[in-house]
Design a binder for this molecule. Sequence first.
Ligand SMILES: [Zn+2]
Ligand SMILES: [Zn+2]
Length: 131
Amino acid sequence: MTRQTKQRATLMSLLRTSKQHPTAEMLHVDVLRELPNCSLATVYRLLSALSEEGAIRTIPTEHGANRYDIVEDDHHHAICTHCGQITDIPDMVSDQARSEVERWTGFTLNELRLEWRGLCPNCRTKAHQQN
Ligand SMILES: [Zn+2]
Ligand SMILES: [Zn+2]
């Protein structure tokens, strides 16, 4: 395995096991445990290559740092606008809805990405306590 192949494989497996939708910095901390010489710049470069290939998804957030997610199934996200936490939501939009939208637009649609934005349970509790 070349060094780059190994770095890619490590990133992909970290993203596969993480439920956190990590930032590049978070991934870098975990990568270093397996590949102590891998720089943050390398992590950024690999993430942008993987994203261009469609293997991973880049999720911009209000908090500056992009979050990353592996693309292995259709799912959607609930994003906390306060702390940036991202939770997966299963795909609940029916094929019938897609056919209807295809009829309206004339498009052939393959992919839907929904992002619900709001407050996560933690932040909601805190906001409630402050009032
Ligand atoms: Zn939150
Ligand atoms: Zn996700």
